[in-house]
Ligand binder design. Structure first.
Ligand code: RP5
Length: 166
């Protein structure tokens, strides 16, 4: 996207991209400008901290951070900014995302991370949650969110009708 990003989507590895793409797809659908970056709390700590600490000055309003295994990305990012940080635990590894969930959600008091579900549902909800925050000051996004929910309702109703007539 060309406009200045309102949402910064960070991920610990390029292997997280297929999951984090879910978040990008939602942001694109709502025409919210975003930027996607690969930066790791462990493998590239200095660059991660620079991205986090410079985000607000670049006009970013919300950061979404997805990472797997001993997932410290969202917490480290949150420690370097007062922007809201939404964490997405990645599946995979020996514990299939439960490790990342605990690492992301169990923040010590003082540095919050809004943690979503493991995997694709979490990435999708992270983007929707970011849009809900933006919608507090952007009424057109509130409108779009209401349409999105109405469409979901309609789609499910159609599936129910199809089930009854099977
Ligand atoms: C984390 O380690 C990444 O977020 C990724 O989910 C996990 C494994 O990374 P790769 O070894 O696949 O690059 O830092």
């Amino acid at each position: 996207m060309n406009a200045a990003p309102l949402v910064l989507l960070m991920m610990g590895s390029d292997t997280d991209l297929p999951i984090m793409q879910e978040a990008a797809d939602i942001l694109r659908m709502f025409e919210v400008p975003y930027e996607m970056r690969i930066a790791s709390a462990h493998r590239s700590p200095a660059r991660t901290m620079t991205l986090a600490s410079e985000a607000s000055g670049r006009g970013v309003k919300i950061i979404i951070a997805g990472a797997g295994m001993a997932a410290h990305l969202a917490g480290v990012v949150a420690s370097k900014t007062i922007l809201p940080v939404i964490g997405v635990p990645m599946p995979g590894g020996a514990l299939n995302g439960v490790d990342a969930l605990y690492a992301t959600v169990q923040m010590p008091g003082g540095i919050p991370v809004a943690t979503m579900a493991i995997g694709k549902a979490g990435a999708k909800n992270a983007a929707l949650f970011a849009i809900q925050i933006l919608a507090l000051s952007k009424p057109h996004l509130a409108e779009l969110l209401l349409h999105y929910r109405a469409d979901m309702d309609k789609e499910l109703e159609q599936k129910d009708i199809a089930l009854q007539t099977r």
